[in-house]
Design a protein around this ligand. Structure first.
Ligand code: FAD
Ligand code: FES
Ligand code: FES
Length: 1226
């Protein structure tokens, strides 16, 4: 059992959250304190409770978020400051971030900003954009980092640090003295024994007694194997407390680390050595430190052992390449004898690793060592390719004696290049080494992990970086080269402008703190899975399809049914109501019936007494399939003409005339990848049966009513028997609009309830959540542009239906036709996601806009500015634009960003640097305020009716029945609840019927009045028709006639971004982003600023980082934070300036405000096009000019592959179609 399960399920301490169960999100962060008897030191360290085995915590004190403060008692300053600095939105990540900060302060009460940033390497947040968290916590730092300060005279602070409670480190809880000891330990459970020896001899004895025992120290490898690969280890040996294995000794050769030393400890020791020893002795130390800097998050490094990294012998181990290239010495022990070895390319399960010696260079003064790691994201990510290189020169010369190049990510384990060049360190050696590497470091085109061309190119690029580094160290002339690694650190700065002139008493327009922020920061805020366990509660686990498209031949649940704790198994035939379901069209199934249409299609469910039992049994269900040909990618769907109807077209102007007048005709295309919502809280539902067939559901859904109706439909009961409650959600962005599909199952009480009245719970594991639920739709856009000089554009654009409204983004296009096709594939149905197709549509537009500018050789910002909409112009869907603020946003953004000076500086930089390039782009958006889909445009407040007493319910039903004119069977009264109906009179003095009856009559008459127009319009309709029509008003736009008003109003914004790319690795840095956003009169600047920053970071993920990989068979390969990377703290632009446009009241919404949230997501497109600009500069060095295709996201792989140069030429891609790739672009 993990510490997290114990805290949440056994102790009911639900402040610590479950986000991923794989150490990748930090939501479960707690602080451990441990007394080391051999050093007599007390250690405090942050860890991931989801990976910490409970057994490993003997004699360890655990501090959770509840332990440091609460709203009821007193908040800890760490909790207070994140809340008051607006660093909490949905709040699901907040306790984890609080605990990372708390652990830092326990060790270092006066940290530097860099320490704070490092403390958060292992924490993710999807809602805040990170900046407010850093701003709040910078108040703890000693040297206030001026880079985080707000420019004077321009901004209004969103919080006042003077309001914060001072931090007094002397007031912290002390370590319990009774834990200051060590001892032998043995735990025995049903399936495993945990043996914790306290001496090396005992450890060795136990290992030889149990040769198959698994050694576990940090559990960061083994924990993943157990959770996700279903491994079972009956005997576990835990040597973490053995003094010899934690020992560090400084010898004449170097530093010797016991194998159980944690990576954090190793880093601290080596850092100290680097500070005290002469530089020529610490080359290897620095290489190890470089790898540790980007090795996982702090929570992992605090427990993961150096021995665990070596002995796993993972292909992407970051330390093994250094140890291998530098020839570090390992001490391995078998039965009583000692073995010394320098290589470690295989796991030595028969050995115990006792220590590793990291060498100093006392004699080898001419040896130079470097390490490199390239991963999709800089922070807390697994390497794509990792390398270490060592060169030894003949003393006093530049003649190479020994060159050792070691790579991870190029084979099943770390590999050392067999053949390397020698001679003088110069161009000739470089060429020879590169051609040898290109021949040796090959990969099968189908190799797991994909990115084959990129990985091969990286082996050369990284060597070239080493070559440059060594050249510099040898103080030789460096001509065309720049130091690609030294990208400047954060230069953060925040600016925001809020409307002035508000009265102090008027809260509208003031930066008020999120109402739940304090509770979120203390862990007291209750999320769905935090609802305490009910007595006899059951758990439901899903049985899902492993095939993308197949007929189900048979399902055998007999083995599962016999497993411990199993209550029942459910399949399609058990659905009492209708099996058809879906958020808008009911074209999906609650449970697959006869056929599956995607991997992850829910076939059935197992209900058992515990989560573990349910999940184990679900895995034991056997399904036989007859496979059918699947369609996985958009290109396959186009080839097979696999489309949903209708195919939509919007057209404006005269295309033929436009083509005739054209000076140039240009074609282009772009693929925009999908995106996973990745809210920190996965989908969860708790179904509680109530009396008279009622079902109360606690669901993490954005749409309580939709969930209610879909559940009722599946159950075959009236909707009024289902009550859906949503307390709060751990992140929303559209994906929870219909409730999780399985909630329809959970409430399947007639089947689930073998005994009466059980509650059933289900919270999806992160991998299930990602596999089953859809995300943002991937898009493919193909355009033909017809250009009349460079002034106005005429452009037929093909994009998807929902993107059509955004197909011109903010540009006036005289002649345009857009056609949208919806592809039918065998992937899980995608769903709403911030922007709802808009960002993809606008992205296509910006793509052709960039191509136009490039092919004309004109600056992109000029072409964009010239074509911006102006007041009174009409969109392709014939809506006349008024109150347009595009030009104001644009000009203000140009000024605030210092665009022209930046442009000049970028050009100078690019002319002076060959291997790093900077890029700059400014983009605008015009975003519709409200959905065009009619079901999405309403808000409601439901008023219930007074209750209870002798026959009162019945009378009230009768009153309602008469006034509404419907039978009593359609009316249901639930319960009295003061949160739905306040100020109720007691049911006494025989006045209840009068009072309540009057209220019911009034309410029903009002409802009748509202329904009247629908009854008049459709006199023959049924009650259900009128109610449904009333619930889904139509704004009046008609696709057929291209007429009617599609949107209420528009939001505008402009962003300018500058980036720097490393042309050799494809890595990029977001140097600066300036945003000017029209939010009308801001209702709450703190929330509005947050609503600009956070979605723009989500957009940054969409356009530059987040990549879903699917196998050609339709299996999602990226199913957790380990493989799917959302932006982390370090991805926020170094300089981020957000300004709210002043004096731009919106007459069409409440208090002259505008909707925020969705619109700013697209602002991140400026980063994408800045990257494209930088790539153009790199291509120009190789003599390539003109438009080129860059698909989204602009990942490191795409950037590197687009920067064509002599290294890429040595690694040509395999012929498409000649192999089966590991993943396909869906
Ligand atoms: C979120 C996350 C991020 C990660 N990021 C990185 C990363 O950036 N780079 C990277 O290289 N790795 C990374 N890892 C992998 C992992 O953290 C490291 O490999 C770590 O060093 C393993 O140490 P451990 O103590 O946790 O190993 P455990 O899980 O405790 O053990 C791992 C293996 O080593 C064996 N073993 C341990 N000690 C000994 C010994 N003394 N003698 C013999 N066998 C032994 C165990 O039997 C087991 O097979 C990451 C893991 C996670 C979960
Ligand atoms: S739940 Fe532990 S790190 Fe995500
Ligand atoms: S506030 Fe961080 S995930 Fe929602």
């Amino acid at each position: 059992m993990t510490l997290l399960t114990y805290l949440r399920r056994k102790l009911g301490l639900t402040g610590t959250k479950l986000g991923c169960a794989e150490g990748g999100c930090g939501a479960c962060t707690v602080m451990l304190s441990r007394y080391q008897t051999h050093t007599q030191q007390l250690l405090h360290y942050a860890v991931n409770a989801c990976l910490a085995p409970l057994c490993s915590l003997h004699l360890v004190a655990v501090t959770t978020v509840e332990g440091i403060g609460s709203v009821a008692r007193e908040l800890h300053p760490v909790q207070e400051r994140i809340a008051m600095a607006h660093g909490s939105q949905c709040g699901f990540c907040t306790p984890g971030i609080v605990m990372s900060m708390y652990a830092l302060l326990r060790n270092n009460p006066k940290p530097k900003m860099a320490d704070v940033e490092e403390a958060f390497h292992g924490n993710l947040c999807r809602c805040t954009g990170y900046r407010p968290i850093l701003e709040g916590y910078k108040t703890f730092t000693v040297v206030r980092n001026t880079r985080y300060l707000t420019p004077v005279n321009e901004a209004t602070s969103l919080f006042n640090p003077a309001d914060f409670t001072p931090f007094d480190p002397t007031q912290e809880v002390i370590f319990p003295p009774e834990l200051m000891r060590s001892g032998l330990l043995c735990f025995r459970g049903d399936r495993a024994s945990w043996l914790q020896p306290d001496s090396l001899d005992e450890f060795l004895r136990l290992k030889w007694e149990h040769p198959d025992a698994r050694v576990v120290v940090g559990n960061t490898e083994v924990g993943i194997e157990v959770k996700f690969k279903n491994m079972v280890y009956p005997v576990i040996l835990a040597p973490a407390f053995i003094p010899e294995l934690n020992n560090v000794s400084h010898t004449a050769d170097g530093v010797v680390f016991g194998a159980a030393c944690t990576l954090s400890h190793m880093g601290a020791v080596l850092k100290k050595a680097v500070e005290t020893l002469p530089p020529h002795q610490t080359e290897v130390f620095l290489a190890v430190l470089e790898q540790l800097r980007w090795f996982a998050g702090l929570q992992i490094r605090n427990v993961a052992a150096v021995g665990g990294n070596i002995m796993t012998a993972s292909p992407i181990s970051d330390l093994n390449p250094v140890f291998m290239a530098a020839g570090c010495r390992l001490t391995l022990m078998d039965k009583g004898t000692h073995t010394h070895t320098h290589t470690h390319t295989h796991t030595h399960t028969q050995f115990i690793l006792t220590d590793v010696c990291v060498f100093l260079f006392l004699r080898l003064q001419f040896q130079l060592v470097s390490a490199f790691k390239q991963s999709p994201r800089r922070e807390d990510d697994i390497s794509i390719v990792t390398a270490a290189m060592s060169v030894t020169f003949t003393p006093g010369t530049d003649v190479v004696e020994d060159l050792r190049l070691s790579y991870g990510g190029m084979a099943a384990t770390t590999v050392l290049a067999k053949k390397t060049a020698n001679g003088h360190w110069g161009e000739e050696l470089l060429q020879e080494a590169c051609s040898l590497l290109a021949k040796e470091m090959t990969l099968d085109p189908s190799a797991p992990g994909g990115m084959v061309t990129y990985r091969r190119t990286l082996t050369l690029s990284l060597f070239y970086k080493f070559y440059l580094t060594v050249l510099q160290k040898l103080r030789l002339q460096v001509s065309e080269h720049s130091e690609a690694e030294n990208i400047p650190p954060y230069l953060s700065c925040h600016l925001q402008a809020v409307p002035e002139g508000r009265s102090q008493d008027d809260s509208v327009g003031r930066p008020m703190m999120h109402l739940s922020a304090l509770k979120q920061a203390t862990g007291e805020a209750v999320y769905c899975d935090d609802v305490p366990l009910y007595e006899n509660e059951l758990y439901l686990a899903l049985i899902t399809s492993s095939k993308a498209h197949a007929n189900i031949l048979s399902v055998d649940a007999s083995a599962a049914e016999k497993m411990p704790g199993v209550v029942t198994c459910l399949f399609a035939d058990d659905i009492p109501g209708c099996n058809a379901t879906g958020p808008i069209e009911h074209d999906e199934t609650v449970l697959a019936h006869r056929q599956v249409t995607c991997v992850g299609h829910i076939i059935g469910a197992v209900v058992a007494d515990t989560q573990l039992h349910a999940q184990r049994a679900a895995k034991a269900v056997r399904v036989q399939y007859e496979e059918l040909q699947p369609i996985i990618t958009i290109q396959e769907a186009i080839a097979a003409k696999s489309f949903y109807q209708p195919i939509r077209t919007i057209q404006k102007g005269d295309l033929e005339a436009g083509f005739k007048q054209a000076d140039h005709i240009l074609e282009g295309e772009i693929h925009i990848g999908g995106q996973e919502h990745f809210y920190l809280e996965t989908n969860v539902t708790l179904a509680v049966p109530r009396e008279e067939g009622e079902m109360e559901l606690f669901v993490s859904t954005q749409s309580a009513s939709k969930t209610q109706s879909l559940v009722a439909k599946a159950l075959g009961v009236p909707a009024n028997r289902v009550v859906v409650r949503v307390k709060r959600m751990g992140g929303v962005s559209g994906g929870r609009r219909a409730g999780p599909p399985f909630c329809r199952l959970l409430s399947n009480r007639p089947v689930v309830a073998v005994q009466a009245e059980e509650t059933v719970r289900c919270m999806l594991d992160r991998d299930e959540d990602m596999m089953i639920t859809g995300g943002r739709h991937p898009f493919y856009g193909k355009q033909v542009m017809v250009m009349v000089m460079m002034m106005k554009l005429c452009s037929p654009v093909k994009v998807m239906e929902r993107a059509l409204f955004h197909m011109e983004n903010s540009y006036s296009v005289a002649n345009v036709r857009g056609r949208g096709f919806l592809c039918r594939t065998n992937l899980p149905s995608n769903t709403a996601f911030r922007g709802f197709g808009g960002p993809q549509g606008m992205m296509v537009t910006e793509s052709w806009m960039t191509d136009v500018a490039q092919s004309l050789g004109r600056p992109a910002e000029q072409v964009r500015r010239l074509n911006l909409y102006v007041e009174g112009e009409s969109t392709p869907y014939n809506q006349v634009l008024d109150q347009i603020t595009l030009d104001r946003c644009w000009d203000e953004c140009l000024t605030r960003s210092g665009y022209q000076e930046r442009r000049a500086a970028v050009d100078v930089y690019n002319s002076q640097n060959r291997w790093t390039k900077r890029g700059l782009a400014i983009t605008a958006f015009q975003k519709m305020s409200i959905f065009s889909v009619c079901v999405c445009v309403q808000a409601g407040a439901l008023v219930h009716i007074y209750t209870d007493g002798s026959g009162l319910h019945t009378k009230m039903v009768q009153v309602a029945s008469r006034v509404l004119g419907i039978p009593c069977s359609k009316i249901h009264i639930s319960e009295t609840s003061t949160n739905t109906v306040p100020n109720t009179s007691p049911t006494a003095a025989s006045a209840s019927s009068d009072l309540n009856g009057g209220a019911v009559q009034n309410a029903c008459e009002t409802l009748n009045q509202r329904l009247q127009p629908y009854k008049t319009k459709n006199p023959k309709g049924s009650w259900e028709d009128w109610v449904s029509e009333a619930a889904t008003p139509n704004l009046g736009y008609d696709f057929e006639t291209n007429s009617g008003r599609a949107f209420n109003y528009f939001s505008y914004g402009v962003a300018c971004s500058e980036v720097e790319i490393d042309c050799l690795t494809g890595a990029h840095k977001n140097l600066s982003t300036t945003i000017v956003m029209d939010v009308g009169n801001s209702l709450n600047p703190a929330i509005d600023i947050g609503q600009v920053r956070a979605p723009s970071l989500r957009g940054l993920g969409l356009f530059t980082l987040e990549e879903l990989h699917y196998s050609p068979q339709g299996v999602l390969l990226t199913r957790g934070p380990g493989s799917y990377k959302i932006p982390a703290f370090g991805d926020i632009p170094a300089q981020l300036t957000v300004s709210l446009l002043r004096d731009a009241p919106n007459q069409k919404a409440v208090f002259a405000s505008k909707a925020v949230g969705e619109p700013p997501l697209f602002l991140a497109a400026s980063v994408f096009y800045a990257i494209k600009d930088a790539i153009s500069a790199s291509r120009a060095e190789s003599g390539i000019s003109g438009p080129f295709r860059l698909d989204s996201p602009a990942s490191a792989e795409r950037i590197r592959n687009a920067c064509s140069d002599r290294f890429t030429k040595l690694c040509p891609p395999a012929e498409p179609g000649s192999f089966t790739p590991w993943s396909v672009q869906v």
